[in-house]
Design a protein around this ligand. Structure first.
Ligand code: GTP
Ligand code: MG
Length: 911
């Protein structure tokens, strides 16, 4: 702030705010003329001794005499007055107390121009002025304020008593202090500067009172609010539906369900737009839509028309509608809304797709098993319990037509509540309907002149009993009683407590507890009827082992069924596998495994050329003569025994039985799995084995007679393949087959006749004892050098087998089983013949089982490796590659017992 501003008597507008609250309490300026003279005298005396203040006109003219000079003057004057008085009275002037007594409690006239009183303590108050900021004059159209004296203090004389303290007085009451806010500020805050004046003592009674009062106010407020809300809800008619928003589905009155009294509604035509809004069209299949239905906001609703022109929406009706709108339970039909306008009074509820319980029970095609019955009863009880616990309190019209079944077979109770809304209908069928309703009504209600609209809970229990009877009896609410409804009602109304008239329980085949429950529900005395909760407890057994709703039950049945089905499928699969094994076994007996497998896979089996195989033919000497003296059955028996024996023997060798033609037996080795040149040895050993066994074979119908075998063996090239589509057979073709057959036919009884080719192979293998037969003229072949096979050396065969197996993987894998030297011996020595007299050797060191086992392994080894090929004359491998030319060729033309066979020959082979 600049110095000029300090000197400026006006307070600038910006400083006004800060000075508005300032009150200056200051000495009043002396007003007495003597004081001016006094000031001048002081100035004059101050230049004189003893003060000797040097005179300077500028200083003396401008300087003001301090007020303290007046105080000093007054003090000297008071003392002088007292001293004068003391001297006048000849008192001791040095007695200070006396002097002081003349000063105290006295007033004096101050040089400042006014009287001042000095009290007994020596305190003298001066004259004070209060200076405050007041409006002054306008400067530049702004109202300026300046510090101006506003008031002074004055002792007030009240009668003869002077006030103890001076009081404040305005100089000019029209110019008072301009207080901020217009009021004098408080001397101190209400609670003192430190809150010390507001320390209250807690009054507990008051506190408790306040709390109680506020709680009462709160609860009251809450109730009031709730009531307000309730009234609001009542008033806002959320249930109200305009029938113009409902699309009524057209009905066909020509079709009616079983019950005649209820108007039958049926939809037949659906506009496409309607169909779109219906999620499941099947839900309203014609035969199930037994009531008026429509579509409201995309949902199908059942419409129950109330025979009234209008409904006066009284508070109690609105209350009813609100109640029913708020009720929600799985087993109570959901309320959609009600229409009261346009002369159409109707109640809209959710549509239950399967109609009422009455409709379901009347449908004879529908078999309701225990699970269904118990689920329906349980749903009904759950719904009734909820209803009895709700604001609705009781149903009053419980009957099977008011138990609806939805698409999921859940029972939902309908037509409860809204009694006042429905009352006063002008229904032309009212009497008829009412008569029917009475069939379910409890006797005590029937006896009343005007029973309560909502019935009673015990009355509902009675009605439940009748519905339960309907469910289990399935012959209506009163069974097959041959009485009119009116007659029945008359009987029920009669007071006959000992034998009240009730539906007949005869012939009902249900557990005892249900019968007892029925009887309890329709007890004549309402107070003796169980309440609905207890009915549920009594019927709990019905639900035993069942799930709470029918869908869960059905699911669990399906689960069980699926589980059983799995077991069944497993069982059938096992049977199939068994059958397949049997079929495979049969197939493998008829065809070589590799061929059978290929055929099973649907692959084509190509004819295959084998460079060297050994073929065995045998014939029973004298069989034709024996057949002639035997019956056909005996012959068949004989052949069966014989071939069973043969088949069991050949299973010990790596051979394949091609066929049997009468008593002729054809075996080959070296195909379809090649076995090097071992085939000659396999056939030779087998021939010796068979020869030995036939000697002991007994002809059942000719005891004592023995057979003799004639055996022929030849080795060479053959072609093998499957012929025919029906009963396919694996056949061998080629000259080797003919030659082998010729070897047999030109042989001798009990001898093994072998060709030179076979002999050479046996020589290579070693261990076979052969004898020259010399040159023999073979029919169709000319002269051939042939041999008799007499026996074999088992040691040689053993070492050969060991050698061959040692090279095979299979042998390596089984070597750990420590096959003994003796196991490998093959064939058993009992088949070795003495060269001269063909006598059995007699040594029997090796068990046939172990040899058979070994042999099987050797066979497998060959099957898996198929590589060993040596010792055979190679018949030009090109043959196997070439296409074979089919020709019909009777390979055994000269043998009347052989059947003609289709053979394939290569161009070279027979040229
Ligand atoms: N499918 C189906 N049928 C219904 C539905 N509501 C009622 N119904 C059928 O309409 C018939 C008549 O029903 P209401 O008009 O209630 O008549 P009521 O049940 O016989 O008699 P009160 O209820 O005593 O008036 C019932 O028996 C049912 O077969 C529903 O939602 N779905
Ligand atoms: Mg109904």
């Amino acid at each position: 702030m600049k110095i000029e501003q300090y000197l400026d008597p006006w307070i600038d507008g910006s400083d006004v705010k800060s000075f508005r609250s300032v009150l200056k309490f200051t000495q009043s300026f002396p007003t007495d003329n003597n004081f001016l003279e006094f000031r001048e005298k002081i100035k004059a005396f101050s230049t004189r001794p003893p003060f000797c203040v040097p005179y300077h006109h500028k200083i003396f003219d401008s300087i003001s005499v301090p007020i303290e000079a007046a105080y000093l003057y007054d003090a000297v004057m008071i003392y002088a007055r007292a001293l004068t008085e003391a001297l006048e009275k000849n008192e001791d002037p040095s007695n200070g107390t006396k002097i002081l007594n003349k000063i105290l409690n006295r007033s004096y006239h101050s040089i400042k121009g006014y009287d001042v009183f000095m009290d007994q303590n020596g305190d003298a108050e001066g004259n004070f002025t209060v200076v405050s900021l007041l409006d002054d004059k306008e400067v530049d159209s702004n109202l300026r304020m300046s510090m101006q004296p506003v008031g002074y203090f004055q002792y007030i004389l009240n009668g003869s008593i002077m006030s103890a303290l001076p009081e404040f007085r305005y100089f000019n009451t029209s110019r008072p202090i301009q207080w901020i806010g217009g009021n004098i500020p408080k001397v101190e805050p209400k609670c003192g500067f430190n809150g010390e004046k507001c320390v209250y003592k807690v009054d507990w009674r008051m506190v408790a009172g306040i709390i109680m009062l506020s709680s009462i106010l709160f609860v009251g407020g809450l109730f009031a609010f709730k009531h307000y809300r309730y009234e609001q809800k009542l008033a806002c008619l959320l249930w109200k539906i305009d029938m113009r928003d409902v699309t009524i589905i057209p009905i066909d009155v020509t079709v009616s369900p079983n019950k005649s009294m209820i108007p039958v509604c049926r939809h037949n035509v659906f506009q496409s737009s309607l169909q779109q809004s219906i999620q499941d069209e099947s839900e309203i299949s014609p035969k199930r839509a037994y009531t008026s239905i429509g579509i409201y906001r995309g949902n199908i609703v059942a419409i129950k028309y109330i025979h009234k022109r209008t409904v006066d929406l009284t508070r109690s009706i609105r209350k009813e509608l609100k109640q029913i709108r708020e009720i929600r339970h799985e087993n109570l039909i959901p309320f959609v809304g009600a229409s009261v306008d346009h002369g159409q009074v109707a109640i809209l509820t959710a549509y239950a797709a399967r109609g009422s319980l009455e409709d379901v029970l009347a449908n004879e095609d529908l078999h309701l098993d225990t699970m269904f019955v118990s689920s329906l009863v349980s749903d009904l009880l759950k719904g009734m319990i909820y209803l009895h616990d709700s604001e609705i309190i009781s149903h009053g019209n419980l009957r099977s037509s008011n138990c609806l079944i939805d698409s999921r077979w859940v029972l939902e109770i309908s037509d409860f509540g809204l009694h006042e809304f429905k009352s006063g209908q002008e229904d032309p069928n009212f009497a008829l309907k009412e008569m029917r309703r009475m069939l379910w009504r409890a006797p005590e209600l029937l006896r009343m002149q005007s029973p309560p609209e909502r019935g009673t809970q015990k009355g509902d229990v009675y009605s439940f009993g009748i519905v339960l009877y309907e469910i289990i009896g399935r012959s209506g609410p009163w069974g097959d009683v041959a009485m009119e409804a009116t007659a029945i009602i008359k009987e029920v109304v009669k007071e006959n407590p000992d034998v009240p008239f009730r539906p007949s329980l005869e012939g009902l085949r249900v557990p005892k507890y249900i019968i007892n429950c029925l009887k309890a529900c329709w007890n004549e005395y309402p107070e003796q009827r169980p309440d609905i909760r207890y009915v549920r407890v009594r019927l709990k057994e019905m639900q035993a082992g069942l799930k709470p709703n029918i869908f869960d039950n059905m699911l669990s049945i399906m689960e069980k069924y699926a589980y059983n089905l799995e077991g069944l499928v497993q069982e059938r699969t096992n049977q199939l596998t068994e059958e397949k094994k049997k079929t495979d076994a049969l197939l493998y007996r008829m065809l070589p495994r590799s061929v059978a497998d290929a055929l099973k896979k649907g692959e084509k089996v190509e004819a295959e050329s084998f460079e060297c195989v050994t073929i065995y033919f045998s014939d029973i000497v004298g069989f034709t003569e024996l057949s002639a003296v035997s019956t056909p059955l005996q012959v068949i028996d004989l052949l069966n025994d014989l071939y069973t024996l043969f088949d069991s023997i050949i299973s010990h060798y790596d051979v394949y039985k091609v066929e049997t033609i009468g008593d002729a037996y054809m075996v080959v080795s070296g195909l379809p799995i090649r076995n090097g040149n071992r085939h000659a040895g396999e056939i030779a050993s087998m021939a010796l084995h068979l020869l030995k066994k036939i000697q002991k074979f007994e002809i059942k119908h000719k005891p004592g007679d023995v057979f003799k075998l004639r055996i022929g063996i030849h080795s060479g090239h053959v072609v093998a393949g499957v012929v025919g589509l029906k009963m396919p057979r694996y056949c061998l073709f080629g000259d080797t087959v003919n030659t082998a057959s010729r070897m047999e036919s030109s042989g001798e009884p009990s001898k093994v006749h072998i060709s030179y080719a076979t002999y050479k192979l046996l020589q290579q293998l070693g261990g076979y004892i052969c004898e020259d037969r010399g040159v023999v003229n073979i029919k169709g072949k000319g002269e051939m050098y042939t041999y008799w096979l007499l026996g074999e050396d088992p040691g040689k065969r053993l070492s050969r087998l060991k050698e061959e197996l040692a090279g095979s993987k299979l042998f390596n894998s089984i070597s750990s089983e420590r096959i003994s030297q003796s196991d490998l011996l093959y064939p058993p020595s009992e088949y070795v013949y003495n060269r001269e007299n063909l006598i059995f050797n007699g040594s029997n060191r090796y068990s046939p089982a172990s040899i058979s086992k070994l042999h099987q392994r050797a066979k497998q080894a060959y099957c898996s490796e198929k590589t060993i090929q040596h010792g055979c004359r190679r018949y030009g491998s090109a043959v196997s590659q070439r296409r074979l030319r089919p020709s019909i060729h009777n390979v055994l033309q000269d043998n009347p017992r052989s059947a003609p066979t289709i053979t394939f020959t290569s161009n070279n082979e027979f040229s």
